[in-house]
Design a protein around this ligand. Structure first.
Ligand code: 1HN
Length: 367
């Protein structure tokens, strides 16, 4: 790949004239926009231990009352994207939210899609589109685009959950906004009860189902039981993973981000293939070592200098996810996971950008 002309090669009067007319020469920027073979990625492998985050979140509970926060959240921001941009990856926002006993986070709806993964505590509920969903450890609760949602807490201990949104994507597309609302009327019926058994779903003879999102709460006990049964029934299966899907269609539960639960057998090491989407891992149970080849320095240098080819990874990033810890990894890297326990399975919640990449037509598995 030969070197292209630089901006400095052009006479100053020509550059000034281009700038005055809102024009930019492509060739000095071409290699940075389209690096050879591998995109430049700002997403750095980043680990947020719950043990260090939790005391700061509890302190936010003392420092900032609910009416001053609306949502009391510490954002898990990837330094590679700039902390102020509040992104874990190009399309994924992550936040750890605290709701204290008797608090209410008022109703609103917005264009970004959200899910919550409940981390600890009992007694809180979230009402989504009129459906009151109990929040228990490991549950996944959807707040699809445009649906009213509010959180309340009638229990006695703090409740914490992980919010995952496609907010960076919506903001980038200039379609991110919210509407404030009144307390919702709770409708009878719960999707997680109606769709509690895989393989049998309501027959939509005379009416369509509950629109595009028939199931809003995915109880952890069901996802966990599915993983344990899968591991038992297929002892040779390496990747014991389930996908959170719309039970009417079998497709991803949300438009842009994909959600999964993974079980690692005792002492199992699993190398996930290198695929284009960035990923988020959150430990629901157990302790898991995460290893990611470090390619971001190569990508950064490729971005900084238009002509530099992406070098091989220099060294690995490694961290240990303890229970309730969260980490993110860039796309195009093979992530290796190891369950540290010799006797117990480990369970991870995973979020990724696969649905978005498939829609964009750029989803790739590099092996
Ligand atoms: C939001 O609506 C919630 O409803 C949490 O709990 C975090 C971050 C950005 C934008 C909207 C919630 C959010 C959010």
């Amino acid at each position: 790949m030969h070197e292209l002309g630089r901006l400095e090669d052009l006479p100053q009067d020509y550059r000034d004239e281009l700038q005055r007319l809102n024009l930019v020469p492509l060739w000095p920027n071409l290699r940075a926009l389209l690096p050879p073979n591998m995109p430049s990625r700002h997403t750095r492998p980043t680990h947020w231990p719950y043990a260090t985050l939790k005391p700061l979140l509890m302190r936010a509970g003392e420092l900032t009352p609910m009416h001053k926060a609306e949502r009391r959240v510490l954002v898990l921001a990837n330094p590679g994207h700039g902390l102020e941009n509040m992104k874990a990856s190009p399309a994924i926002y992550l936040g750890m939210q605290l709701l204290l006993p008797q608090e209410w986070a008022p109703a609103h709806r917005h264009t970004p899609n959200a899910v919550r993964m409940i981390v600890e505590g009992r007694g809180a509920t979230t009402t989504v589109h009129g459906e009151k969903c109990p929040m228990e450890r490991g549950d996944l609760i959807l707040t699809p685009t445009g649906q009213w949602h509010e959180h309340e807490h009638s229990g006695s201990e703090p409740v914490v959950w992980l919010d995952v949104l496609d907010l960076p994507l919506m903001y980038y597309a200039e379609v991110s906004y919210a509407i404030e609302g009144q307390r919702q009327d709770v409708k009878p019926g719960r999707g997680d009860e109606v769709y509690a058994r895989g393989g049998v779903v309501p027959t939509p003879y005379f009416e369509r189902g509950r629109e595009d999102y028939p199931m809003l709460r995915y109880p952890w006990q069901d996802a966990r039981a599915a993983l344990v049964a899968l591991a038992k029934s297929q002892p040779g299966l390496g990747c014991v993973q389930v996908s959170y899907v719309n039970p009417d269609t079998g497709r991803d539960v949300q438009n842009n981000l994909g959600y999964y639960a993974l079980m690692l057998r005792p002492r199992q090491t699993l190398r996930l293939p290198a695929r284009s989407p960035s990923q988020v891992f959150h430990a629901i149970e157990g302790q898991v070592d995460v290893a990611v080849p470090a390619a971001e320095s190569a990508a950064e240098s490729a971005a900084a200098s238009a002509a530099v080819p992406v070098a091989e990874a220099a060294s690995e990033h490694r961290f240990t996810l303890a229970e309730a810890d969260t980490c993110c990894t860039p796309g195009y890297e093979a992530v290796t996971l190891t369950n540290r326990s010799a006797s117990e399975p480990a369970f991870l919640f995973i979020a990724d950008e696969s649905p978005l990449h498939r829609k964009l037509g750029v989803y790739e598995v590099r092996g």
